[in-house]
Structure formats: structure tokens, C-alpha cells
Write a protein that binds this ligand. Structure first.
Ligand code: ASP
Length: 294
């Protein structure tokens, strides 16, 4: 964890705490915290999002609130700084849950979301233009070469995705996440983050869950909903998180990290990855940020 990342997380937590104390809904606090992290360029989201193998940033985000189980998400969205706000707009302005690709980008433009400025590239000698088929074939060979080394999981976990969970004064929980995906991804790859029940879940009768890690393993276990179901059955946040993370490792050699918050304010931060940069803030208003959690 860098000093800048720690400072950014602390200020997101302090802002969130201030908002909650003034009676703001958990949904707005989750969105505000993620916007700050997307804006910072320090994480794998928004301005700092990973690029897919064709050099394009395609981002995923989702948000959910636990009172009426409302949710919104975007996948493969391009050219904007705040996919989390696009996800919230899908939830609030449409009857849908998920918009994808260029249609999602146009939807974000329609609502005037801040566009990312294109980075100026140093002028390099141009490589010969490839046909789309030859380009895909080259990317596929690279992707499959890494797959064959068995290092696809390790290569998938680089800079951190961002996520947030919150509980408001009215007793509603919310969860959100925003990501640029993983390393060596084919164009069009979508991870767990925009999939409700995989990357996020929020239910006032269970709790709020936000995931990070190797999306392909999180999807196959539908991790967020599985943790939520354990919470609903009465298991604590720590035990629920540990049990499902163990399943991800044991059954499919996956890797994940999770934020879990129950409607009575108990929470857990757990990961099967070597590190997870995360933090929490309670009623006392003192942020705690670390790079590893037991
Ligand atoms: N879960 C994200 C994805 O697979 C990546 C991450 O959390 O680092 O797209």
C-alpha cells in the first residue's frame, strides 16, 4: 500500500462518516466513497483503470441498496471517470439492472457524466496495422500463453479494484464496486464486479458484501450472494466471509477479498489474496486503514 493510497482511503472513510452522521443514505455514501477512489487514479478504477489487451479501458461497476433490493450496474463502459455513478443512474433512471458496452457509454454521456481525458501518447514508430482477426489472434495467443504457464491467477491480481459497504442511521445497508478488471484480459472480458450476487450484494435482512479478486473465480461461486445467504442464516460476518473464501480456494483455486457488513454494524474484511488495501470507520469516527487483514 502506498502512502497516497492510505491517505486517499482515510479521506474517503472520513467523508463517508461525516455524510452518514448527517443522515445521508448508505447508497449515497457508498457512491461518494467510490467516486473519490475512481477520481484519484491510484486504484484500478476510473482514472487508474487497467487497459484490456487492445489498449482500451473498459470498466465495470455496480451498486445495490438493501431496503428494496434495488441494484444497477454497467459493464465494459468506456471513456468516463465515474462508472459507479453510471451504475446508480441505471438503477434510478431505468427499469433495468445492467447496461453494457457502447450503449452504456452513450447512456453515461446522455446524463453528462465526466469524461476521461485521453492520455497523450509519446510518438512511437507505428506497428503495421493488423486486421481485426489478426489482432484478436495475437491477443488470444498472448492470453493463452500466460494461461498455460498457470500464472493467469497471479497476473490477474494487480492494482486494486475499489469497493465500499455502508450502514446508515435508518438501518439500510448498501454495497458498491468499480473496476478496470484484471491483467492480460481479452477485449470484452467482464468480471464479477457488475454481476449482482457475484461482485456485490446488499439486503437489510442479511448485510452488505463487496468483492475484489480474480473475477472468474468469484463468478463461479456467486460469492457475494453466498456470503449474504450465510449472514441471513445467522452466521457472523467473519465466519461467513471465511467459509466462502475457503470454498473459492479449495474448490477452484480462486482468490478473492471481501468487505462484509451486517445490519447490526458488525463487519469483516477478509482475503485469500496476499494483500488487500482496505479500511473501516465506526461510530467513533476514527479511520483504520491497512494492507493486510487476518
Ligand atoms: N474482481 C475484479 C475483476 O475480476 C478485479 C479485482 O478485483 O481486482 O474484474
Amino acid at each position: 500500500m502506498t502512502v497516497a493510497q492510505a491517505a486517499c482511503l482515510e479521506s474517503a472513510l472520513a467523508d463517508g462518516h461525516r455524510l452518514l452522521m448527517t443522515g445521508a443514505p448508505a447508497l449515497s455514501v457508498v457512491e461518494a466513497a467510490i467516486r473519490l477512489l475512481e477520481d484519484s487514479g491510484l486504484f484500478n478504477a476510473g482514472r487508474g483503470a487497467n487497459r484490456q489487451l487492445d489498449g482500451v479501458r473498459r470498466m465495470d461497476a455496480s451498486i445495490m441498496e438493501g431496503c428494496r433490493l434495488r441494484a444497477g450496474a454497467v459493464a465494459s463502459i468506456e471513456g468516463i471517470v465515474h462508472p459507479i455513478t453510471a451504475a446508480r443512474l441505471v438503477m434510478e433512471k431505468t427499469a433495468h439492472v445492467l447496461l453494457v458496452g457502447q450503449s452504456a457509454s452513450r447512456f453515461a454521456d446522455y446524463f453528462g457524466l465526466v469524461r476521461a481525458t485521453r492520455a497523450k501518447r509519446a510518438s512511437r514508430p507505428r506497428s503495421p496495422q493488423l486486421t481485426p482477426r489478426a489482432g484478436l489472434s495475437r491477443m488470444l495467443r498472448l492470453h493463452q500463453a500466460i494461461m498455460r504457464t498457470g500464472r493467469i491467477r497471479a497476473r490477474s491480481l494487480g492494482k486494486e479494484t475499489v469497493g465500499s459497504v455502508a450502514l446508515d442511521l435508518a438501518g439500510t445497508v448498501a454495497a458498491g464496486a468499480s473496476t478496470g478488471g484484471v491483467d492480460v484480459m481479452l477485449p470484452g472480458r467482464v468480471g464479477d464486479t457488475p454481476l449482482i450476487g457475484c461482485g456485490v450484494y446488499a439486503d437489510n435482512e442479511a448485510g452488505a458484501v463487496s468483492m475484489t479478486g480474480w473475477g472468474e473465480s468469484i463468478i463461479r461461486v456467486a460469492v457475494a450472494k453466498e456470503i449474504s445467504d450465510l449472514l441471513a442464516s445467522g452466521l457472523s460476518p467473519v465466519r461467513s466471509a471465511n467459509r466462502v473464501l475457503r470454498k473459492v480456494v479449495d474448490r477452484i483455486s480462486g482468490a478473492a477479498g471481501v468487505l462484509v457488513l451486517s445490519p447490526d454494524g458488525r463487519f469483516a474484511i477478509r482475503h485469500s489474496t496476499p494483500h488487500m488495501v482496505a479500511g473501516s470507520i465506526g461510530w467513533d469516527g476514527r479511520p483504520v486503514v491497512r494492507g493486510r487483514f487476518a
